[in-house]
Design a protein around this ligand. Structure first.
Ligand SMILES: [Zn+2]
Length: 220
């Protein structure tokens, strides 16, 4: 074999080895891109998956600029033992609000990780010299102050205060605080700041403007 031929063969060998290395590398590149695409066919879906893992929800009502919850139904849980009467009135209020909004708002009782936690506590009568029957608290998302991520309702003592009409005003009032509605001075409003006596309370439904505001947000 001549020296030239030997050199040619070595060069060919080197070239074919280089070709092999490149094709294996190239194929691997292709594979990894394909793999990524297959495991992530829909980027939005995968982001959703990640958010759910972090126990957050996608905002289904992001069209609004008003304070709102991200999803329906909202789940609720009695975190402490409650007097039976108070539990019944609370459940009735969730059901009532569903009816009042034409099923736009709806709620489900859960045993784990609720959106709304309900606590029954001792009467506050002595502590504050003024009887608070219930109060409510909301937690907002850190990065989106319009987004409500958790609600708490505290029910104090044994007493329930149904209206003459049978409407669970006290409980509906507290739930509406969890939707960002504030107390008002109008006695005919469900958001009137003081508890009315049984006889004075003529409420049968939430206020028209509250209903309208809720529809604007949760119909989208
Ligand atoms: Zn209030």
């Amino acid at each position: 074999m001549s020296k030239r031929l030997k050199l040619l063969l070595i060069t060919l060998n080197i070239l074919s080895i280089l070709f092999l290395i490149f094709s294996v590398y190239f194929l691997n590149q292709q594979k990894s891109i394909t793999g990524r695409v297959i495991s992530n066919p829909n980027p939005e879906k995968s982001i959703t998956g990640k958010l759910i893992e972090n126990q957050e929800q996608v905002d289904e009502f992001s069209n609004t600029t008003k304070i709102h919850w991200s999803h329906m139904p909202l789940t609720y849980k009695f975190e402490t033992n409650c007097p039976e009467k108070r539990e019944i009135e609370m459940r009735k209020a969730f059901e009532q609000l569903k009816q009042d909004t034409g099923f736009l708002l709806w709620f489900k009782e859960t045993k784990t990780n609720p959106d709304i936690s309900i606590y029954c506590k001792e009467s506050q009568w002595e502590k504050w010299k003024d009887e608070t029957l219930a109060d409510a608290l909301i937690h907002l998302d850190k990065s989106n102050k319009n987004l409500i991520i958790k609600g708490e309702i505290n029910l104090y003592g044994q007493q329930t205060r149904l209206c003459k009409t049978g409407y669970p005003r006290l409980e509906v009032h507290e739930i509406l605080h969890l939707f960002g509605f504030r107390d008002v001075g109008d006695m005919s409003s469900v958001m009137f700041s003081y508890q009315l006596d049984y006889q004075d309370c003529k409420i049968k439904k939430i206020d028209k403007d509250i209903e309208k505001a809720l529809k604007e947000i949760y119909s989208s």
